[in-house]
Design a protein. Structure first.
Length: 95
């Protein structure tokens, strides 16, 4: 799983993923404070994340283990919106 910040939306006019109403977001991996690391991926949004929110992203096989993504061409899935990050007893990010 990776920590990432929503950087934008990806719009397609055709898709063969077989997921009705799929919403894809461009996310940038980030550190515990929410600072971007300039590593971008496209992830299917399963939780309704918004612009600039810090999210949890599952990648690979585990991203295909939900009822909506089972046996689908999905490699990254947003599975949570982060409220806070505590690193060694210090809050480094808060929504």
């Amino acid at each position: 799983m990776i920590l990432a910040r929503v950087a934008g939306t990806v719009v397609t006019d055709r898709s063969t993923d077989g997921i009705s109403g799929a919403r894809y977001l461009l996310v940038e991996s980030c550190d515990g404070a929410g600072t971007g690391k300039k590593g971008y991926i496209i992830a299917l949004d399963a939780v309704g994340a918004g612009q600039d929110e810090v999210v949890l992203v599952s990648q690979g096989t585990s991203s295909r283990q939900t009822p909506d993504t089972d046996r689908k061409a999905v490699d990254a899935l947003i599975i949570g919106i982060v409220d806070a990050v505590d690193e060694h007893g210090t809050i480094t990010y808060r929504k």
